[in-house]
Design a protein around this ligand. Structure first.
Ligand code: ADE
Length: 416
Protein backbone atom coordinates (compact mmCIF):
# COMPACT_ATOMS: atom_id res chain seq x y z
CA UNK A 1 0.00 0.00 0.00
CA UNK A 2 1.35 3.38 -1.01
CA UNK A 3 1.10 6.23 1.52
CA UNK A 4 2.99 9.32 2.71
CA UNK A 5 2.89 10.23 6.41
CA UNK A 6 5.46 11.69 8.78
CA UNK A 7 6.15 8.72 11.04
CA UNK A 8 4.22 5.48 11.56
CA UNK A 9 5.68 5.39 15.07
CA UNK A 10 3.15 8.09 16.02
CA UNK A 11 0.22 5.75 15.33
CA UNK A 12 -0.50 4.75 18.95
CA UNK A 13 -1.09 8.36 20.00
CA UNK A 14 -3.18 8.99 16.87
CA UNK A 15 -5.30 5.92 17.59
CA UNK A 16 -6.09 7.19 21.10
CA UNK A 17 -7.05 10.61 19.71
CA UNK A 18 -9.38 9.00 17.17
CA UNK A 19 -11.05 6.98 19.93
CA UNK A 20 -11.45 10.11 22.05
CA UNK A 21 -13.11 12.00 19.17
CA UNK A 22 -15.37 9.06 18.34
CA UNK A 23 -16.90 9.13 21.84
CA UNK A 24 -18.43 12.51 20.98
CA UNK A 25 -19.47 11.62 17.42
CA UNK A 26 -22.61 9.73 18.29
CA UNK A 27 -24.56 10.32 15.08
CA UNK A 28 -21.68 9.06 13.01
CA UNK A 29 -21.48 6.02 15.28
CA UNK A 30 -25.15 5.24 14.62
CA UNK A 31 -24.53 5.60 10.87
CA UNK A 32 -21.41 3.42 11.17
CA UNK A 33 -23.47 0.74 12.88
CA UNK A 34 -26.13 0.84 10.13
CA UNK A 35 -23.50 0.87 7.38
CA UNK A 36 -21.79 -2.14 8.92
CA UNK A 37 -24.74 -4.41 8.20
CA UNK A 38 -26.20 -2.82 5.04
CA UNK A 39 -22.87 -2.07 3.28
CA UNK A 40 -24.44 0.64 1.07
CA UNK A 41 -21.04 1.78 -0.23
CA UNK A 42 -19.74 -1.66 -1.17
CA UNK A 43 -16.86 -1.38 -3.65
CA UNK A 44 -16.96 2.42 -3.91
CA UNK A 45 -13.51 4.05 -4.16
CA UNK A 46 -13.59 7.41 -2.40
CA UNK A 47 -10.87 10.04 -2.88
CA UNK A 48 -11.03 12.51 0.01
CA UNK A 49 -9.18 15.81 0.35
CA UNK A 50 -9.98 16.80 3.94
CA UNK A 51 -8.18 18.13 6.99
CA UNK A 52 -6.44 15.05 8.36
CA UNK A 53 -7.77 15.17 11.91
CA UNK A 54 -9.18 12.71 14.44
CA UNK A 55 -12.70 13.70 13.36
CA UNK A 56 -11.93 13.00 9.70
CA UNK A 57 -10.54 9.64 10.76
CA UNK A 58 -13.94 8.76 12.29
CA UNK A 59 -15.61 9.69 8.98
CA UNK A 60 -13.11 7.51 7.08
CA UNK A 61 -13.84 4.60 9.44
CA UNK A 62 -17.56 5.07 8.86
CA UNK A 63 -17.20 5.04 5.08
CA UNK A 64 -15.09 1.90 5.31
CA UNK A 65 -17.73 0.30 7.51
CA UNK A 66 -20.14 0.96 4.63
CA UNK A 67 -17.93 -1.10 2.31
CA UNK A 68 -16.00 1.74 0.63
CA UNK A 69 -12.27 2.11 0.13
CA UNK A 70 -10.97 5.51 1.23
CA UNK A 71 -7.88 7.36 -0.04
CA UNK A 72 -7.08 10.52 1.87
CA UNK A 73 -4.95 13.62 1.31
CA UNK A 74 -4.80 16.86 3.29
CA UNK A 75 -6.89 19.89 2.35
CA UNK A 76 -4.42 22.31 3.91
CA UNK A 77 -0.63 22.04 4.38
CA UNK A 78 -0.81 23.09 8.04
CA UNK A 79 -3.83 21.20 9.37
CA UNK A 80 -2.56 17.62 9.33
CA UNK A 81 -2.36 15.78 12.65
CA UNK A 82 0.64 13.55 11.91
CA UNK A 83 -0.22 11.02 14.62
CA UNK A 84 -3.74 10.58 13.25
CA UNK A 85 -2.37 10.19 9.72
CA UNK A 86 -0.04 7.45 11.00
CA UNK A 87 -2.84 5.61 12.76
CA UNK A 88 -5.09 5.73 9.69
CA UNK A 89 -2.37 3.95 7.73
CA UNK A 90 -1.23 1.52 10.41
CA UNK A 91 -4.47 0.68 12.21
CA UNK A 92 -7.10 1.19 9.52
CA UNK A 93 -5.25 0.39 6.26
CA UNK A 94 -6.25 3.72 4.77
CA UNK A 95 -3.70 5.23 2.36
CA UNK A 96 -3.00 8.76 3.58
CA UNK A 97 -0.89 11.40 1.84
CA UNK A 98 -0.27 14.27 4.24
CA UNK A 99 2.51 15.68 6.40
CA UNK A 100 2.03 18.79 8.50
CA UNK A 101 4.06 21.63 6.98
CA UNK A 102 4.04 20.22 3.44
CA UNK A 103 5.20 22.56 0.65
CA UNK A 104 2.76 23.59 -2.06
CA UNK A 105 4.30 21.13 -4.49
CA UNK A 106 4.06 18.26 -1.95
CA UNK A 107 0.48 19.32 -1.30
CA UNK A 108 -0.46 18.86 -4.98
CA UNK A 109 1.68 15.71 -5.17
CA UNK A 110 -0.54 14.28 -2.40
CA UNK A 111 -3.66 15.12 -4.40
CA UNK A 112 -2.17 13.42 -7.46
CA UNK A 113 -1.49 10.26 -5.42
CA UNK A 114 -5.16 10.06 -4.43
CA UNK A 115 -6.27 10.53 -8.05
CA UNK A 116 -3.85 7.78 -9.10
CA UNK A 117 -5.86 5.38 -6.94
CA UNK A 118 -8.59 5.75 -9.61
CA UNK A 119 -11.45 6.89 -7.43
CA UNK A 120 -15.17 6.76 -8.25
CA UNK A 121 -16.06 9.85 -6.27
CA UNK A 122 -14.48 12.80 -4.46
CA UNK A 123 -14.92 14.46 -1.09
CA UNK A 124 -13.41 17.90 -0.90
CA UNK A 125 -12.91 20.67 1.65
CA UNK A 126 -12.14 23.80 -0.37
CA UNK A 127 -12.47 22.32 -3.91
CA UNK A 128 -8.72 21.76 -4.49
CA UNK A 129 -9.19 18.10 -5.43
CA UNK A 130 -12.07 18.80 -7.82
CA UNK A 131 -10.28 21.77 -9.35
CA UNK A 132 -7.09 19.73 -9.85
CA UNK A 133 -9.10 16.94 -11.50
CA UNK A 134 -10.82 19.43 -13.80
CA UNK A 135 -7.53 21.10 -14.72
CA UNK A 136 -5.98 17.75 -15.63
CA UNK A 137 -9.19 16.08 -16.87
CA UNK A 138 -7.69 14.48 -19.98
CA UNK A 139 -4.93 12.87 -17.94
CA UNK A 140 -7.19 11.55 -15.17
CA UNK A 141 -7.33 7.81 -15.92
CA UNK A 142 -10.58 7.15 -14.09
CA UNK A 143 -13.11 10.00 -14.18
CA UNK A 144 -15.02 10.40 -10.90
CA UNK A 145 -18.81 10.10 -11.22
CA UNK A 146 -19.87 12.37 -8.38
CA UNK A 147 -18.52 14.38 -5.48
CA UNK A 148 -19.25 16.14 -2.19
CA UNK A 149 -17.97 19.47 -0.92
CA UNK A 150 -17.63 20.40 2.75
CA UNK A 151 -17.11 24.13 2.96
CA UNK A 152 -18.37 27.60 1.94
CA UNK A 153 -15.23 28.45 -0.04
CA UNK A 154 -15.42 25.18 -1.97
CA UNK A 155 -19.08 25.70 -2.82
CA UNK A 156 -18.34 29.21 -4.13
CA UNK A 157 -15.68 27.75 -6.46
CA UNK A 158 -18.02 24.95 -7.56
CA UNK A 159 -20.86 27.34 -8.33
CA UNK A 160 -18.41 29.35 -10.48
CA UNK A 161 -17.42 26.14 -12.32
CA UNK A 162 -21.10 25.29 -12.75
CA UNK A 163 -21.94 28.80 -14.02
CA UNK A 164 -19.16 28.58 -16.61
CA UNK A 165 -20.57 25.16 -17.68
CA UNK A 166 -17.24 23.49 -16.95
CA UNK A 167 -18.34 21.28 -14.07
CA UNK A 168 -17.90 17.68 -15.22
CA UNK A 169 -19.85 15.73 -12.60
CA UNK A 170 -22.59 16.35 -10.00
CA UNK A 171 -21.53 17.54 -6.58
CA UNK A 172 -23.41 17.65 -3.31
CA UNK A 173 -22.82 20.88 -1.40
CA UNK A 174 -22.77 19.57 2.16
CA UNK A 175 -22.18 23.12 3.37
CA UNK A 176 -25.73 24.01 2.31
CA UNK A 177 -27.41 21.62 4.75
CA UNK A 178 -28.91 23.35 7.78
CA UNK A 179 -27.26 20.76 10.00
CA UNK A 180 -23.91 21.82 8.54
CA UNK A 181 -23.66 25.59 8.23
CA UNK A 182 -25.81 26.55 11.23
CA UNK A 183 -23.66 24.47 13.58
CA UNK A 184 -20.19 23.79 12.13
CA UNK A 185 -19.74 27.30 10.75
CA UNK A 186 -21.19 29.10 13.75
CA UNK A 187 -20.45 27.02 16.86
CA UNK A 188 -17.53 25.02 15.45
CA UNK A 189 -15.65 27.98 14.03
CA UNK A 190 -16.77 30.20 16.92
CA UNK A 191 -15.13 27.96 19.50
CA UNK A 192 -12.15 26.60 17.57
CA UNK A 193 -10.94 30.01 16.36
CA UNK A 194 -10.86 31.26 19.95
CA UNK A 195 -9.11 28.00 20.86
CA UNK A 196 -6.46 28.68 18.18
CA UNK A 197 -5.88 32.26 19.30
CA UNK A 198 -5.58 31.23 22.93
CA UNK A 199 -3.31 28.21 22.37
CA UNK A 200 -1.04 30.36 20.19
CA UNK A 201 -0.86 33.41 22.45
CA UNK A 202 -2.25 32.58 25.92
CA UNK A 203 -3.56 36.17 25.93
CA UNK A 204 -6.47 37.33 28.05
CA UNK A 205 -9.38 38.31 25.81
CA UNK A 206 -11.32 40.25 28.45
CA UNK A 207 -11.02 43.98 27.78
CA UNK A 208 -9.18 43.52 24.49
CA UNK A 209 -10.50 45.29 21.40
CA UNK A 210 -11.20 42.63 18.76
CA UNK A 211 -12.20 43.22 15.16
CA UNK A 212 -14.01 40.50 13.24
CA UNK A 213 -14.07 40.95 9.47
CA UNK A 214 -17.07 39.18 7.97
CA UNK A 215 -20.41 38.51 9.66
CA UNK A 216 -21.45 35.30 7.90
CA UNK A 217 -22.14 32.20 9.99
CA UNK A 218 -18.45 31.88 10.93
CA UNK A 219 -17.98 35.56 11.76
CA UNK A 220 -21.14 35.50 13.87
CA UNK A 221 -19.84 32.58 15.88
CA UNK A 222 -16.44 34.17 16.44
CA UNK A 223 -17.88 37.57 17.44
CA UNK A 224 -20.30 35.98 19.90
CA UNK A 225 -17.60 33.88 21.59
CA UNK A 226 -15.15 36.80 21.77
CA UNK A 227 -17.85 38.87 23.38
CA UNK A 228 -18.64 36.06 25.83
CA UNK A 229 -15.04 36.16 26.99
CA UNK A 230 -15.25 39.89 27.67
CA UNK A 231 -13.63 41.20 24.52
CA UNK A 232 -14.85 44.55 23.13
CA UNK A 233 -15.93 43.38 19.68
CA UNK A 234 -16.10 45.46 16.49
CA UNK A 235 -17.47 44.01 13.24
CA UNK A 236 -16.64 44.92 9.62
CA UNK A 237 -19.00 43.66 6.91
CA UNK A 238 -19.67 44.63 3.28
CA UNK A 239 -23.20 43.19 3.06
CA UNK A 240 -25.70 45.77 4.43
CA UNK A 241 -28.13 43.13 5.75
CA UNK A 242 -25.43 41.25 7.64
CA UNK A 243 -23.95 44.54 8.87
CA UNK A 244 -27.36 45.56 10.22
CA UNK A 245 -27.70 42.15 11.87
CA UNK A 246 -24.36 42.71 13.61
CA UNK A 247 -25.56 46.14 14.82
CA UNK A 248 -28.72 44.61 16.28
CA UNK A 249 -26.74 41.75 17.80
CA UNK A 250 -25.10 44.53 19.82
CA UNK A 251 -21.74 44.94 18.08
CA UNK A 252 -20.08 48.14 17.02
CA UNK A 253 -20.06 48.08 13.21
CA UNK A 254 -17.96 50.23 10.94
CA UNK A 255 -15.06 50.48 8.52
CA UNK A 256 -11.84 48.59 9.10
CA UNK A 257 -9.81 51.76 8.51
CA UNK A 258 -11.51 53.31 11.54
CA UNK A 259 -11.12 50.27 13.80
CA UNK A 260 -7.64 49.10 12.90
CA UNK A 261 -5.64 51.63 14.96
CA UNK A 262 -7.17 50.60 18.29
CA UNK A 263 -7.52 46.86 17.62
CA UNK A 264 -5.61 44.36 19.77
CA UNK A 265 -6.81 41.36 17.74
CA UNK A 266 -8.02 41.27 14.14
CA UNK A 267 -9.65 38.12 12.77
CA UNK A 268 -10.79 37.57 9.18
CA UNK A 269 -13.68 35.23 8.31
CA UNK A 270 -14.87 36.37 4.89
CA UNK A 271 -13.68 33.83 2.29
CA UNK A 272 -12.37 36.74 0.26
CA UNK A 273 -8.87 37.94 -0.57
CA UNK A 274 -6.82 40.78 0.94
CA UNK A 275 -9.52 41.75 3.39
CA UNK A 276 -6.83 43.12 5.67
CA UNK A 277 -4.54 44.72 3.12
CA UNK A 278 -0.89 45.43 3.93
CA UNK A 279 -1.84 49.10 4.38
CA UNK A 280 -4.04 48.13 7.35
CA UNK A 281 -1.37 45.87 8.82
CA UNK A 282 1.02 48.84 8.72
CA UNK A 283 -1.63 51.12 10.28
CA UNK A 284 -2.29 48.82 13.25
CA UNK A 285 -0.96 49.41 16.73
CA UNK A 286 2.17 47.97 18.27
CA UNK A 287 1.55 44.40 19.43
CA UNK A 288 -1.57 43.85 17.33
CA UNK A 289 -2.40 40.21 16.59
CA UNK A 290 -3.71 39.10 13.19
CA UNK A 291 -5.42 35.78 12.54
CA UNK A 292 -7.33 34.30 9.63
CA UNK A 293 -10.31 31.99 10.09
CA UNK A 294 -11.11 31.64 6.37
CA UNK A 295 -10.29 28.55 4.32
CA UNK A 296 -7.38 30.00 2.31
CA UNK A 297 -4.42 32.11 3.47
CA UNK A 298 -5.40 35.03 1.27
CA UNK A 299 -7.44 37.15 3.66
CA UNK A 300 -4.43 38.82 5.28
CA UNK A 301 -2.29 40.44 2.60
CA UNK A 302 1.09 39.12 3.66
CA UNK A 303 2.91 38.79 0.32
CA UNK A 304 5.32 41.67 0.89
CA UNK A 305 6.06 40.48 4.46
CA UNK A 306 6.49 36.72 3.79
CA UNK A 307 10.29 36.85 4.04
CA UNK A 308 10.25 39.04 7.16
CA UNK A 309 8.06 36.80 9.31
CA UNK A 310 10.03 35.34 12.24
CA UNK A 311 8.78 32.63 14.54
CA UNK A 312 8.56 33.86 18.13
CA UNK A 313 10.65 31.70 20.44
CA UNK A 314 8.51 29.61 22.76
CA UNK A 315 5.33 30.38 20.82
CA UNK A 316 5.46 27.97 17.88
CA UNK A 317 2.50 29.38 15.96
CA UNK A 318 3.17 33.09 16.50
CA UNK A 319 5.11 34.93 13.78
CA UNK A 320 6.58 38.33 14.49
CA UNK A 321 6.59 41.07 11.88
CA UNK A 322 8.90 44.02 12.54
CA UNK A 323 7.56 47.16 10.90
CA UNK A 324 9.23 50.56 10.92
CA UNK A 325 7.70 51.76 14.17
CA UNK A 326 6.13 48.65 15.70
CA UNK A 327 5.98 44.91 15.97
CA UNK A 328 2.83 43.00 15.07
CA UNK A 329 2.09 39.27 15.21
CA UNK A 330 0.59 36.87 12.68
CA UNK A 331 -0.86 33.56 13.89
CA UNK A 332 -0.28 30.32 11.97
CA UNK A 333 1.36 32.15 9.03
CA UNK A 334 -2.08 33.50 8.09
CA UNK A 335 -3.46 30.00 7.53
CA UNK A 336 -6.78 29.01 9.07
CA UNK A 337 -6.10 29.63 12.73
CA UNK A 338 -8.38 26.97 14.23
CA UNK A 339 -6.55 24.13 12.50
CA UNK A 340 -3.06 25.64 12.29
CA UNK A 341 -2.95 26.66 15.97
CA UNK A 342 -5.46 24.24 17.54
CA UNK A 343 -7.28 21.04 16.58
CA UNK A 344 -10.09 22.43 14.41
CA UNK A 345 -13.74 22.12 15.29
CA UNK A 346 -14.60 19.86 18.20
CA UNK A 347 -15.83 16.33 17.43
CA UNK A 348 -19.42 16.94 18.55
CA UNK A 349 -19.97 19.51 15.80
CA UNK A 350 -17.96 17.62 13.16
CA UNK A 351 -20.38 14.79 13.99
CA UNK A 352 -23.11 16.79 12.24
CA UNK A 353 -20.97 17.84 9.29
CA UNK A 354 -19.62 14.37 8.67
CA UNK A 355 -23.03 12.73 9.16
CA UNK A 356 -23.97 14.91 6.17
CA UNK A 357 -20.98 13.54 4.28
CA UNK A 358 -21.78 9.92 5.15
CA UNK A 359 -25.50 10.09 4.33
CA UNK A 360 -24.70 12.36 1.38
CA UNK A 361 -22.35 9.83 -0.18
CA UNK A 362 -24.91 7.05 0.29
CA UNK A 363 -27.54 9.27 -1.36
CA UNK A 364 -25.28 10.32 -4.25
CA UNK A 365 -24.09 6.79 -4.92
CA UNK A 366 -27.67 5.73 -5.65
CA UNK A 367 -28.84 8.89 -7.50
CA UNK A 368 -25.84 10.36 -9.37
CA UNK A 369 -26.57 8.57 -12.64
CA UNK A 370 -29.71 10.64 -13.16
CA UNK A 371 -28.08 13.92 -12.12
CA UNK A 372 -26.69 16.64 -14.36
CA UNK A 373 -23.19 17.99 -13.67
CA UNK A 374 -24.45 20.64 -11.25
CA UNK A 375 -24.28 21.52 -7.57
CA UNK A 376 -27.00 19.96 -5.38
CA UNK A 377 -28.17 20.07 -1.76
CA UNK A 378 -28.81 17.10 0.50
CA UNK A 379 -32.57 16.37 0.51
CA UNK A 380 -34.39 18.04 3.37
CA UNK A 381 -35.52 14.77 4.94
CA UNK A 382 -31.91 13.60 5.35
CA UNK A 383 -30.91 16.98 6.81
CA UNK A 384 -33.75 16.69 9.34
CA UNK A 385 -32.87 13.07 10.05
CA UNK A 386 -29.39 14.19 11.14
CA UNK A 387 -30.87 16.81 13.48
CA UNK A 388 -33.21 14.18 14.96
CA UNK A 389 -30.36 11.71 15.49
CA UNK A 390 -28.27 14.42 17.18
CA UNK A 391 -31.13 15.34 19.52
CA UNK A 392 -31.66 11.65 20.26
CA UNK A 393 -27.96 11.23 21.03
CA UNK A 394 -28.22 14.18 23.43
CA UNK A 395 -31.21 12.54 25.14
CA UNK A 396 -33.54 15.36 24.10
CA UNK A 397 -37.14 14.66 23.15
CA UNK A 398 -39.17 17.35 21.38
CA UNK A 399 -42.87 18.03 20.85
CA UNK A 400 -44.75 16.98 17.73
CA UNK A 401 -47.61 18.62 15.85
CA UNK A 402 -51.06 17.25 16.58
CA UNK A 403 -53.17 16.06 13.64
CA UNK A 404 -55.28 19.21 14.08
CA UNK A 405 -52.19 21.46 13.92
CA UNK A 406 -50.94 19.70 10.78
CA UNK A 407 -54.34 20.22 9.17
CA UNK A 408 -54.33 23.92 10.17
CA UNK A 409 -50.91 24.44 8.53
CA UNK A 410 -52.28 23.03 5.27
CA UNK A 411 -55.42 25.17 5.34
CA UNK A 412 -56.25 28.80 4.49
CA UNK A 413 -59.90 29.08 5.61
CA UNK A 414 -59.38 29.98 9.26
CA UNK A 415 -58.61 33.68 9.82
CA UNK A 416 -59.86 36.52 12.07
N1 ADE B 1 -12.73 21.56 9.67
C1 ADE B 1 -12.77 22.28 10.79
N2 ADE B 1 -12.48 21.53 11.86
C2 ADE B 1 -12.24 20.28 11.41
C3 ADE B 1 -11.90 19.07 12.05
N3 ADE B 1 -11.75 18.98 13.37
N4 ADE B 1 -11.74 17.99 11.27
C4 ADE B 1 -11.90 18.07 9.93
N5 ADE B 1 -12.23 19.18 9.28
C5 ADE B 1 -12.41 20.29 10.02
Amino acid sequence: MKYRVKDLGLAQKGFSRIQWAEREMKVLRIIQHDFQSAKPLRGLRIGACLHVTAETAVLAKTLKAGGAEVFLCASNPLSTQDDVAASLVKDFDIPVFAIRGDTTSDYYGNIQEVIDYEVDCTIDDGCDLVFYIHKNWDNVRKKPQFGLEETTTGVIRLRALEASRQLKYPILAVNESFTKFMFDNRYGTGQSVIDGVLRATNYLLAGKVSVVCGYGWCGKGIARRLSGLGSRVRVCEVDPVKALEAVMDGFEVGKLENFVKEADIIITATGNSHVVSSKFIKASKDGAIFANAGHFDIELELDEFKDSLKQVEGRPEVYELQLEDKTVFILGQGRLVNLACAEGHPPSVMDLSFANQALGIEYMSSTHKSMEPKVFKLPDELDRKIAKLKLQSLGIDIDHLTAEQEKYLRSFEIGT
